[in-house]
Design a protein around this ligand. Sequence first.
Ligand SMILES: [Zn+2]
Ligand SMILES: [Zn+2]
Length: 332
Amino acid sequence: MKATLMTAIKQPLVARDMPDPQPGPGQVRIRLHATGVCGTDVHIWHGELPVPLPIVPGHEPVGEVDMLGAGVRSVRIGDRVGVGWFQAGCGRCVYCQKKQVKFCAESKTWITNGGGYAEYMIAEAEGCTLLPDGLEWVAAAPLFCGGFSAMSAYRAARPLAGERVAILGIGGLGHLALQIAKAMGHPVIAITNSADKQRDAREMGADEVLIVKDHAGRELQEMGGTDVILSFSPSMKQNSQAMEGLRAGGRLVTTAVSADPIQADPVQMLFKQTSIIGSAQNDPADLIDIVRLVADGKVRPRLETYRIDEINRVLIRLSEGKVRHRAVVTQS
Ligand SMILES: [Zn+2]
Ligand SMILES: [Zn+2]
């Protein structure tokens, strides 16, 4: 098969011929159709998240199962599937017993099994999610990390019916979270720094758009405040400011990968009983639900689509912040 490998930090990925992979017990082989390119791929490429090299990256893969390893019952030949970051755990530790595979120290992931920038990949059968009929490959791919994270962020806030939900940062994850909050019936405020995103945000269903001039929190408060902020902004200064825009009982959900701290005013937190919640990919059900929402047309990922041999161009675009929403490479 043809595979695209990362062989060194910050060096172009290279296409190579490799032996077709064979599934072991409990595993399947997938003939890939599309793989999303995630911001985390850039962190990996830059060496900020060390992985053993060489490696085939790509943790938003979708494709068709074409070979089964011994003992696989849940997945069948010809199934259309996608695979998330965490595929299976050891099955024996306390987290695996609680079905919290992502906390297992020996979890199987794209790092252990090989990722999606290739013609074929191996995945644990229990890490495969079936794609509904009619859901396009390219629309499905970015759900397996980006969409999953956006759905988990929404759920992590435990929003109640009618609560106002603000989305801070409407790029890759934020544009999905905005549509999720809208699909769930909330009044939605999009918070952005750039006036040129206003129309986009409205098109995707934002009821109001706050273009931050000086201080996101105060300006949000002037609009009446919000019960929930789903934050996809990497600026911890802006996250800290946004806290001031929470109503009593409000929650800010942070998803950012940043070395900087969030600052919160404890007196405000005390009197308003606000909280900060960290969120990643929390419950496997969140992934299933975002796949359904997209299959039903209630959430529409906005995508740039490239061929797999353009992957280096995509990584550069992503690292320069030029990908407005989400990028996907296709193998077919
Ligand atoms: Zn385990
Ligand atoms: Zn990712």
